[in-house]
Design a protein around this ligand. Structure first.
Ligand SMILES: [Zn+2]
Length: 67
């Protein structure tokens, strides 16, 4: 069966990054209800955002790119 759908999953990378315990990768995952779930590779931080942009903003704040 041909597989035309590439599952673009960052999970393996995320898990590898999570093992480091550092904030090296953040993921923004759309929820069914239109909100976005943001998680960090440090495994210590999660955030539910009303929009993708706010999720990315929160991720930047978490990692200290914006203070
Ligand atoms: Zn983090």
């Amino acid at each position: 069966m041909p597989s035309e759908v590439m599952h673009d999953s960052p999970l393996e990378f995320m898990q590898e990054a999570a093992n480091s315990g550092k904030c090296v990768a953040q993921s923004v995952i759309p929820n069914d209800d239109g909100t976005y779930w943001v998680a960090c590779s440090c495994d210590q931080w999660e955030f539910e955002a009303p929009s993708r942009e706010e999720g990315l903003d929160a991720a930047r704040r978490h990692t200290g790119h914006l203070n």
